[in-house]
Design a protein. Structure first.
Length: 848
């Protein structure tokens, strides 16, 4: 074992000694103060972590003392690294550890010693110590080390006169108790349960002679006092002294101590070695098998707890850890406490986690892991100041602790961003405040091991939702409120419930708003602000219910008005379902331009909604835009291959397009009866449902096509019926108005035809301006006017259908015949009946 000795220079370095103060005989403050004498020994590790472990000089352990005295003696102390730089009194302390004293006059100029300067031992003194006896005296020497160095006055050497003096005889030493007698006294005190006295007896025996049994017995006394760490040290020294054949008793007690400290792996190895020792020798130690079984069971529970932790089964992990802790007689190692704190944190048991953190800090004040785990709990419950204190405590003892440094940076980021957000929100800068709150939330995170951020995340989310509300981003504010309420084991407040209810109203969800309001009223029934929010939610819900009732009654106008009132109460984008209702209402009220525009906006705002594209395809089809309607229908089917509206509309559009083209082809080939048949099939496929606006512009176009076919077949009455229905669906269509005018021209209603042509011209001016259409309208209007003028030069004999030589009886007979044909009560033309009456009155010479 290599050693280095010197003075501490860096503040904050930790003493690696872990022996109890009772075993050392002094109290260690665990921190190496600059200027303290320190010694380091090389510590081997099987994890590539070999390093020098620094201790206070007075904290040197018995094992280190034994190895030091085996490696060095007074003659080769100069080989000890750092020895030459020590002060004289500290060199004396090192020599005292070796069982000798150095004279200040025996030092060279560089502080080294020479063999001649060592005081000779009396001839009747005890023989030189063996390695074993060196180990036996280690603890006795270190107990008196500090006091001997500090209280011994400096030696002043005066010159002796050059006279011969007789050699002084050494005084006969008083008879002292032997080591075995001290051990027997310790055993007697142990049986009397005076364990502290027994420890003192065993320590005195060890000071005289370091036997393994003395260390094993003292370990038993420490075990009785539940001081397992010094018991482990004594057992390890005993094992070292029994390196050739450790006894089963020593290994058994070492296994029990390791088990009591929660080190299941080391306990299992010690127990197994003890069992093997029993097999090789006749010595036995009762309970070795039970200790091994307990260690195996503890290791099993620890492994199960670890597996459950990684599987995020927090409750099961806690149960297994408690089972392992029940086997452990001691308080448990620090990492067990850290794990239990983390489990309670993951379960959102904040009171239990806080209590565990405080207790762990008391039991393991020097554990940076415990301090860091406690700081996490304090951060999540929004106790920032306590969190910083715990982190500074951890970093003061372990400045390079990775987890503590990372948590400190994270905490500082949260504090910086959170305070900036509060300051910006107070100044009215909500957009930048929301960005700062977002930064704070990013620093915090929301992993399951930390209960999604706990109360601190709740506070940051509510702050950001308030900022979003000021920005009128109610959808984002609602998301934040719902996320805050989803944090486990955190009770909502009336403030957050009222804010969430307002966001629900703003996005058009009055039913959810009323649920939040009821929860808030259960907390505070007299909150006036919540009652106002309740009134707004009830009004919106009433408008929606009125809209649905009017729709069921096919009162499209009332449904449209009620939906408009409900939409006006939304401060944000209206719900998607309301958008569908709006498009359907526009279709039912036959406002096709508004329907197409609204449907396009809905599809643009919700590009992942298959129903939005399906209803857009239906709207385009009914508005007679068969070229564009397949594209949104294909998108809808790509998003949802089973969307019923998209499937049915696609099939209808394909069938309508196919049969319509067949009818157009038959019309162009003058096959008018066949064209009429195809147009009739197309009209059947379109339908005339009121929910679809009676078939829309598409049905109007097909009715006009069939009217033209009837007109070519000279079936004027049937053509008139179709064109009138077409104009009811699309009153401003230039094409349909021209067809209507031509039909009336063929029927002789020139005045009405002229009026219809004027309407067609006005519709062309306000609608699509096709030069060919306006020229055709002008030509046909000119012909209608000419026919009207011609019809106004009245031929009364021609009107009655009699020759100019007809008698009065013939005129009367013709009048009666014409009356039967043209009388309005008989379904005739009122204007022509007026002409017939005028002709009869004129020709008969009397007024009827």
């Amino acid at each position: 074992m290599n050693f280095i000795i010197g003075y501490a220079s860096q503040p904050g370095k930790k003493c690696n000694n872990r022996t109890s103060s009772k075993a050392r005989g002094h109290v260690c403050n665990d921190i190496l103060v600059p200027g303290d004498l320190q010694i380091a020994s090389w510590k081997e590790s099987n994890k590539n972590l070999s390093r020098y472990c620094w201790n206070h000089w007075q904290c040197i352990s018995p094992i280190q003392t034994a190895n030091f005295r085996l490696k060095f003696n007074v003659s080769n102390l100069s080989k000890l690294e750092g020895y030459d730089g020590l002060k004289d009194n500290d060199k004396a302390r090192v020599a005292l550890l070796l069982g000798t004293t150095l004279s200040p006059m025996g030092l060279n100029s560089d502080g080294a010693t020479t063999p001649n300067d060592i005081k000779p031992q009396p001839s009747n003194s005890k023989p030189s110590p063996t390695p074993n006896s060196i180990v036996l005296e280690a603890q006795r020497l270190e107990l008196n080390l500090k006091s001997a160095a500090e209280t011994t006055p400096p030696i002043v050497h005066e010159p002796e006169p050059p006279v011969n003096r007789p050699e002084a005889e050494e005084p006969t030493p008083k008879k002292a108790m032997s080591a075995e007698e001290l051990k027997d006294m310790g055993n007697a005190q142990f049986r009397l349960e005076s364990y502290e006295v027994a420890i003192d007896m065993y320590s005195q025996a060890i000071a005289l002679e370091a036997k393994p049994t003395f260390y094993t017995n003292r370990a038993a006394a420490y075990m009785a006092l539940k001081c397992f760490e010094p018991a482990v040290d004594d057992c390890e020294v005993a094992v070292l002294l029994q390196d050739h054949a450790p006894s089963a008793k020593t290994l058994g007690r070492l296994a029990k101590c390791r088990l009591a400290l929660g080190d299941a792996g080391a306990a299992l190895r010690a127990a197994q070695a003890g069992i093997e020792s029993e097999d090789l020798s006749s010595q036995t130690y009762p309970g070795l098998a039970a200790t091994k079984a307990s260690a195996e069971l503890m290791q099993l529970h620890l492994d199960e707890s670890q597996v459950a932790w990684h599987a995020k089964s927090w409750a099961h992990s806690r149960v297994e850890l408690k089972k392992a802790a029940a086997i452990c007689e001691g308080d448990g190692p620090a990492h067990w406490w850290v794990r239990e704190i983390k489990i309670e944190t993951a379960l959102s048991n904040w009171q239990e986690a806080t209590a565990l953190a405080k207790k762990a800090q008391q039991l393991h004040p020097n554990s940076a892991d415990v301090q860091t785990a406690s700081a996490v709990v304090e951060l999540l419950i929004n106790c920032i100041y306590a969190c910083l204190l715990s982190l500074h405590s951890a970093l003061r003892k372990h400045p390079e602790h990775v987890q503590a440094l990372a948590l400190l940076r994270r905490t500082e980021g949260i504090i910086r961003a959170g305070r900036a957000g509060d300051r910006l929100y107070a100044s009215g800068n909500a957009p930048e405040a929301s960005e700062e709150y977002t930064k704070a939330l990013d620093f915090l995170g929301h992993n399951d091991e930390e209960a999604q951020g706990g109360p601190l995340r709740f506070a940051l989310l509510t702050n950001r939702s308030a900022a979003y509300t000021e920005m009128a981003r109610f959808d984002l504010a609602r998301v934040d409120c719902l996320a805050a309420l989803s944090i486990p084991n955190y009770l909502p407040t009336t403030k957050i419930l009222d804010l969430l209810a307002k966001c629900d109203i703003a996005v058009g969800d009055p039913e959810a708003a009323l649920q939040r309001i009821q929860a808030a009223l259960d907390i505070d029934p007299l909150d006036t602000e919540i009652l106002q929010t309740k009134s707004a939610a009830e009004r919106m819900l009433g408008d929606i219910q009125e809209n649905r009732a009017a729709w069921a009654k096919k009162d499209w106008l009332q449904a449209k008005v009620a939906l408009a009132r409900a939409t006006a109460g939304c401060a944000a984008e209206i719900p998607l379902q309301w958008s569908y209702w709006k498009v359907e209402t526009e279709i039912a009220t036959r406002c096709w331009e508004e329907a197409v525009k609204t449907a396009e906006n809905v599809a643009a705002l919700h590009p992942t909604s298959p129903h939005a594209f399906a209803i857009l395809g239906l709207t385009l089809m009914l508005s007679n835009n068969l070229v564009l309607c397949p594209q949104p229908l294909q998108i809808a089917l790509r998003l949802d291959p089973e969307n019923s509206l998209a499937i049915s509309t696609s099939r209808r559009a394909l069938e309508i397009e196919r049969v319509k083209e067949e009818g157009n082809l038959a019309f162009r080939w003058a096959k008018y009866p066949e064209a009429v048949e195809k147009y009739t099939q197309t009209l059947d496929a379109i339908g005339s449902d009121d929910e679809e606006g009676g078939g829309g512009y598409l049905r109007a176009a097909l009715l006009a096509n069939r009217a033209n076919a009837f007109l070519e077949m000279e079936r004027h009455a049937r053509a008139l019926v179709d064109i009138v229905q077409s104009l009811e669906l699309r009153p401003t269509s230039v094409k349909e108005l021209r067809t209507h005018a031509r039909i009336r021209m063929t029927q002789g209603y020139f005045h009405e035809a002229t009026t219809i042509y004027y309407r067609a011209r006005d519709a062309w001016v306000s609608g699509d301006k096709n030069p060919a259409d306006i020229q055709a309208i002008a030509d046909e209007l000119k012909g209608a006017k000419a026919a009207l003028v011609t019809s106004q030069s009245k031929d009364f004999y021609g009107i009655l259908g009699v020759p100019q030589t007809a008698t009065e009886a013939d005129i009367k007979k013709a009048f009666r015949r014409s009356s039967l044909c043209f009388h309005p009560d008989k379904g005739g033309n009122p204007e022509h009946f007026k002409l017939v009456s005028e002709a009869y009155n004129t020709l008969s010479g009397s007024w009827v």
